[in-house]
Design a binder for this molecule. Structure first.
Ligand code: GDP
Ligand code: GDP
Length: 455
């Protein structure tokens, strides 16, 4: 059977691939210099270069998409390591902990030429407590003579050490096979166990935008249902808070409330924490300080949430401080700086005065609804037919690429596959996305569109 020149299997595969939903998360943890970043480079096939980091150098990215043996997953790299005031052991542990918390499985990297150190042992304790599947990577086994060093790592009690040379690629395939065995098909934290449970919100934003103030405001004004859920080494992590008659789970509130004063330049640490919270959440509330210019750091946080495919609300805080002039300039800034997320519901709040706090929940609900919207295939194709008729793709090389049909392959966020007779230019894809939004809403959610071209 075939449709417009695509055979049934081809269509099925395309839908399966595009509709994968949220990917399981693999965290790569370990001491500094054991080779985590080198390994992550291997795993992601250097499709996105992880730059050689110097301590203290800001790293934008902490999560990457990877694929092995036909399975896709995300990798959280903790290689952009920064020591903070807590000292080396505590810093390694804290950073590993965020990554582990957000992960479905963990690769623990040990430098086999050094052997297990006290810091390694500290991470092992964390891993035990977290109870996530662990694959032990005995790194820097560059040749057969290093195998004995790897064997010695059985002593860590984490099962079989996988001898690997991240630098040369030796043994990485076997280790990745073990990783796939350990990794569930879908992320358990986000979409498995919690189905039907409270919706998960990550309150994110750069330091001093008012996250802690906002959280206190919402938790004080409304009843706190369950005060704390035990974390691992730190105290409470997630908190259930009742808002607008509904119980919500706020992710990593400990990180918001506890004002750990990090050393200057501990940006990577904050990025890791934000990325971990976003991975665990369904909806991200991005807090921006309306009294200041929208910064690169704000943009970076927004990009993180968009790339993670989460529902999103933008809250402009400190509205109480704005005069008319600032309001005017803010609107201009939003138009130019936040065009990429013009679809996100926006609320202008003040954590100090409580202004418009009641608008937060409806905005979050709108975003989650958009995130879960499914368009019936019949309606989608009627709409695509209209687009093709009224706005055909420009003619290229004497041919006119045409959208033949399409389907929504998944939700959370909505993912579409379009089947076309030729390559669809970027501008045209953007146009289709814009029209999809005009027609069906999708407020507060990124949407993905992939295109299959008939051979
Ligand atoms: P990270 O701090 O854990 O992310 O470690 P890096 O990935 O930055 O690696 C630290 C150093 O170890 C670098 O100089 C790497 O080139 C080196 N390295 C990483 N993996 C291997 C390996 O498999 N064999 C050898 N010989 N060196 C490695
Ligand atoms: P966090 O680092 O994002 O958690 O930010 P905090 O909640 O600690 O707030 C940083 C500073 O901004 C504190 O001095 C707060 O009192 C102040 N702040 C927070 N929200 C507001 C607000 O709505 N209006 C005003 N004027 N100040 C605020």
């Amino acid at each position: 059977a075939s449709v417009e020149g695509f055979d049934a299997e081809e269509i099925e595969n395309a839908i399966g691939e595009a509709g994968h939903g949220p990917l399981p998360v693999l965290a790569v943890v370990g001491r500094p210099n054991v080779g985590k970043s080198t390994l992550v480079n291997r795993i992601i096939g250097r499709r996105e270069a992880v730059v050689e980091d110097k301590p203290g150098v800001t790293r934008d990215r902490v999560t990457y998409e990877a694929e092995w043996a036909g399975r896709r997953f995300k990798v959280v790299d903790t290689g952009g390591w920064e020591q903070d005031v807590l000292g080396i052991d505590a810093s390694v542990a804290a950073q590993a902990e965020y990554a582990i918390e957000a992960a479905d499985a963990v690769v623990f990297v040990v430098d086999s030429t050094v052997g297990a150190t006290d810091t390694d042992e500290a991470v092992v304790k964390l891993l035990r407590r977290a109870g996530k599947p662990v694959v032990l990577c005995a790194n820097k086994v560059d040749g057969p003579s290093g195998e004995a060093d790897a064997t010695a790592l059985w002593s860590l009690g984490l099962g079989q050490p996988h001898p690997v040379s991240s630098l040369h690629g030796r043994g990485t395939g076997d280790m990745l096979d073990a990783v796939l065995e350990a990794l569930p098909e879908a992320p358990a934290q986000t979409f498995g166990t919690a189905i039907g449970g409270p919706r998960r919100i990550a309150l994110i934003g750069r330091p001093n935008v008012g996250k802690s103030s906002l959280l206190n405001k919402v938790a004080n004004e409304d009843r706190v249902v369950v005060n704390e859920i035990a974390g691992t080494t730190r105290d409470p992590v997630d908190e259930l808070i009742e808002l607008g008659g509904v119980t919500w789970k706020f992710i990593d509130t400990a990180g918001i409330r506890r004002r750990v004063h990090l050393q200057e330049g501990a940006d990577y640490y904050a990025s890791l924490r934000t990325a971990a919270a976003v991975e665990k959440a369904e909806v991200a509330v991005i807090l921006i300080d309306a009294s200041e210019s929208i910064s690169v750091q704000d943009q970076r946080i927004i990009t993180m949430a968009v790339e993670a495919g989460r529902a999103m609300v933008v809250a402009f805080n400190k509205w109480d401080t704005l005069d008319e002039e600032r309001r005017y300039y803010l609107e201009r800034e939003i138009e130019t700086e936040l065009a990429q997320i013009a679809w996100a519901p926006r609320v202008n709040v003040s954590a100090r005065t409580g202004r418009h706090m009641e608008k937060l929940v409806p905005a979050i609900e709108t975003a989650l609804a958009g995130w879960e919207t499914r368009i019936p295939t019949g309606r989608l194709n009627a709409f695509l037919g209209e687009i093709v008729a009224s706005h055909p793709h420009p003619i290229r090389g004497g041919k006119q690429p045409r959208i033949l049909f399409g389907t929504q392959a998944g939700i959370k966020p909505p993912r579409f596959v379009l089947f076309a007779s030729g390559f669809l230019e970027h501008g045209y894809r953007r146009f289709v996305e814009r029209r999809l939004r005009e027609e069906f809403g999708f407020e507060g959610t990124p949407i993905h569109i992939s295109v299959r071209v008939r051979e």
